[in-house]
Design a protein around this ligand. Structure first.
Ligand SMILES: NC(=O)c1ccc[n+]([C@@H]2O[C@H](COP(=O)([O-])OP(=O)(O)OC[C@H]3O[C@@H](n4cnc5c(N)ncnc54)[C@H](O)[C@@H]3O)[C@@H](O)[C@H]2O)c1
Length: 271
C-alpha cells in the first residue's frame, strides 16, 4: 500500500501542475464561488452538479474548468467519473463536497421520513459516495485533501429536523475519514458556513422567512457571510497552507456561534 506523502509536498507539486479537484454542487451559490476560487488558485476544477444548466448559468468552461453531470446519490455515476479522471487527468488531488439540499422548516412530528431520506441521500451519503470513489486515487498520487461543506447546524442544530442531523453526521464522517486516511496522506476537514448570501438564501430574506436584521443583531461581526468567504476558506484547507490541519470543522459564520445565545443576557442589550 502506498504510504502517502506525510508532508503534503506531493499535493503542492501537483497543484503547480494544475492537478484536479472535484467540486460537487458547483452550479449552486457556494459551489460556483468555490469552483471559481480554486480555478483562480491554479487547480484544474472538475465542476460537477446534477444540473448541467446550473453549471452553465454560473461558470465558464475552459481547459481547467471542466463540467461534468453528477448526481452524488448515484454511486455508479461517481465511480464512472473517478475512472474517467484516473484515465484522462492522472487522478485526483482534491474533493469538495458541496452538493446539498435544504428542507422546509417543520415540527418534528410533521417530518416525513421519505423527505428525510432524500435529504440524507444527498447531504450525507452523497458526500460518502464521493469520498469512497475518489480517495484511492488521492492515496495513489501521494496524498490529497477533502473538504466537506457542513453548516453551523453541525455545531448547533437549528430547527431543521432532517437537514441538521445530516450535517452533524457529515461532521462526524469528516473526523472519521481524517483518522482513517491521514496515515495515507489525505487530509479531511469541514467548513461550516453560517447564514451565507447565496441566491437561495437571499430569496428567503426577500420572502420574509428569515430576517437579516435579527441575524445580524445576534452575530459578532454584525453581518452575513459572503460566498467568496466560504470559497477562500476552502481554498486554504484544500491547499498546502493547511498541511497540518485535518479532522476539524471550521465555522465561517461571522461569529454567529460565538454570540447568538447572548440574547439571553438582557443586561447586554441595555448597554
Ligand atoms: N447558503 C447558506 O446559507 C448555507 C449555510 C450553511 C450550509 N450551506 C451548505 O452549502 C452547500 C451549498 O448550498 P447553497 O446555498 O449554495 O445551495 P444551492 O442550492 O445554491 O446549491 C446546491 C447545489 O447542489 C446541487 N445538488 C442538489 N442535489 C444534488 C445531487 N444529488 N447531486 C449533485 N448535485 C446536487 C444543486 O443542483 C445545486 O446546484 C449545501 O451543502 C448547504 O447545505 C449553505
Amino acid at each position: 500500500m502506498n504510504s502517502g506523502d506525510k508532508t503534503g509536498q506531493g499535493q503542492e507539486r501537483r497543484k503547480r501542475g494544475g492537478a484536479c479537484v472535484v467540486v460537487t454542487g458547483a452550479g449552486g451559490g457556494i459551489g460556483a464561488a468555490v469552483a471559481k476560487r480554486l480555478h483562480a488558485d491554479g487547480w484544474t476544477v472538475i465542476a460537477t452538479d446534477m444540473s448541467v444548466e446550473a453549471l452553465e448559468a454560473s461558470l465558464t468552461q475552459d481547459e481547467r474548468m471542466v463540467f461534468a453531470s453528477l448526481n452524488v446519490s448515484d454511486k455508479e455515476q461517481i465511480e464512472h467519473l473517478a475512472a474517467m479522471l484516473n484515465a484522462r487527468e492522472g487522478g485526483v488531488a482534491g474533493l469538495v463536497n458541496i452538493a446539498g439540499v435544504l428542507q422546509d422548516v417543520k415540527p418534528l412530528l410533521e417530518m416525513d421520513q421519505e423527505v428525510a431520506r432524500r435529504i440524507w441521500d444527498v447531504n450525507y451519503f452523497g458526500a460518502e459516495n464521493c469520498i469512497k470513489a475518489l480517495v484511492t486515487s488521492m492515496i495513489a498520487g501521494g496524498g490529497g485533501s477533502i473538504v466537506n461543506i457542513t453548516s453551523i447546524n453541525e455545531l448547533r442544530p437549528l430547527p431543521l429536523h432532517s437537514y441538521a442531523p445530516s450535517k452533524v453526521a457529515l461532521g462526524a464522517l469528516t473526523a472519521l475519514a481524517a483518522g482513517e486516511f491521514g496515515p495515507r496522506g489525505v487530509r479531511v476537514n469541514s467548513v461550516a458556513p453560517g447564514f451565507t448570501l447565496t441566491p437561495i438564501f437571499r430569496g428567503k430574506l426577500e420572502s420574509g422567512k428569515r430576517d437579516a436584521g435579527t441575524i445580524e443583531d445576534h452575530t459578532a461581526m454584525g453581518r452575513l457571510v459572503e460566498t467568496s468567504e466560504i470559497a477562500s476558506t476552502v481554498s486554504f484547507l484544500i491547499g498546502d497552507d493547511a498541511s497540518a490541519i485535518t479532522g476539524v470543522s471550521l465555522p465561517v459564520d461571522c461569529g454567529w456561534l460565538a454570540t447568538s445565545h447572548w440574547m439571553n443576557f438582557r443586561e447586554l442589550s441595555a448597554a
